[in-house]
Write a protein that binds this ligand. Structure first.
Ligand code: SF4
Length: 371
């Protein structure tokens, strides 16, 4: 059932090249996070999401300090090594200082076009809308230049339906995981979500629909093993989920920027595009990188733990993501005050030896088992 998704995530370059040829569309590399892929689709591009990779860092250190996050360093490595030849342009958001700087590095050392969707740091919806008017115009204009095609209302509407469908199918998979922990391995679940970063949206939707139909036929059994909620920016490296699977831990939900924080987003409203994008960026889930004081992460996470029936929360810290690190101590304290076990692991996307992680995850599992 899950093998086709694993095949995609273990053969990313070949997958993208094959579909680039089939679709005959320019590949646009989408940097973390929340850039509406609908815009790229509507402009006739093929969006692929870059959330880092496990290439050893050999060249990026010449441009990024070693204390920059391994997401940015490993993405830069792709272009520096010439592996990303099929990517014709890059789409950024102003998610964090690292990405803003990364875009400037791309502009100064590479010749590929870059686009930036700046996420406003303002308090009111009106101010966000006003700011995004010109930003959205510049991004859509830039995309049209890259692809040579016009973004029409019809194309936008269609793309909104396609990606809205993808996220709604992902939400169904999340719901199945919450309601039937143990029905599938943690490793399989994240391979399914990750495959969506690289596949054309219609192909991905068809695969997800098939998977959900197959899962409907699988008999549900009670599973009393410890249930865990994960929180962080990026759910990689996938290899770590095998440790969780071996430990008998059931991940029942997550709060990852490239997991639920994105899957939870509804259909992009396209009638007034700037307003639709404002709503898309700021809702419904809070994120450490998006300034939105009206959407509190503490109460959100507590409610999420309750709804998922999780026994504890493990913070999944990809070194050295500053926005994630800034929020974590308060979030952990708040969970502990409420009697919810909370721990954290720190990871590098490039890591290949998981022994130390196995020990830390094992120790946290024991706490959950004895709860
Ligand atoms: S992992 Fe953190 S620091 Fe790195 S690009 Fe993402 S938000 Fe920025």
């Amino acid at each position: 059932m899950f093998q086709p998704f694993h095949d995609v995530v273990t053969n990313v370059s070949d997958t993208i090249k094959a579909y680039e040829k089939e679709l005959d569309r320019p590949v646009i590399g989408v940097m973390p996070a929340y850039f509406p892929l609908e815009l790229i689709e509507a402009a006739g591009g093929y969006p692929v999401q870059l959330w880092g990779n496990n290439l050893p860092i050999e060249n990026s250190d010449a441009y990024l300090q070693s204390y920059c996050c391994s997401v940015a360093r490993s993405i830069l490595e792709l272009e520096l090594r010439g592996i990303a030849g099929m990517v014709k342009a890059y789409a950024f958001t102003s998610l964090c200082d690292t990405l803003v700087n990364l875009r400037e590095i791309y502009r100064s050392i590479f010749t590929k076009p870059t686009l930036e969707l700046s996420i406003p740091i303002t308090r009111t919806v009106q101010a966000r809308n006003d700011y995004l008017q010109s930003v959205v115009q510049s991004v859509t204009g830039g995309l049209e230049e890259i692809t040579g095609e016009k973004i029409t209302p019809e194309r936008l509407h269609r793309a909104s339906k396609q990606f809205g469908r993808a996220r709604s199918l992902q939400r169904r998979l999340y719901r199945i995981r919450r309601e039937s922990p143990g029905l599938f391995a943690n490793h399989d679940f994240y391979a399914v979500i990750k495959a969506g970063f690289f596949l054309p949206v219609d192909v991905y939707n068809a695969m997800l629909e098939g998977l959900l139909q197959d899962l409907d036929k699988v008999e549900r059994t009670a599973d009393n093993r410890p249930k865990l909620l994960l929180s962080g920016m990026v759910f990689d490296p996938l290899g770590v989920y095998k440790i969780l699977d071996d430990s008998g831990i059931r991940v029942v939900d997550d709060d990852f920027a490239n997991g639920w924080r994105t899957a939870a987003k509804g259909e992009l409203k396209t009638e007034n595009l700037a307003q639709g994008i404002t709503e898309y960026l700021f809702n419904p889930v809070p994120c450490c990188c998006v300034y939105n004081p009206d959407n509190d992460r503490h109460s959100y996470l507590l409610q999420k733990v309750k709804d998922a029936g999780a026994d504890g929360v493990l913070f999944w810290y990809v070194k050295f993501c500053e926005p994630d690190a800034f929020d974590r101590p308060q979030l952990m304290n708040r969970l502990k005050e409420e009697g919810i076990p909370a721990g954290f692991v720190d990871l590098e996307l490039t890591m290949t030896n998981f022994d130390a992680l196995r020990t830390r995850i094992g120790a946290f599992c024991e706490i959950l088992q004895n709860k």
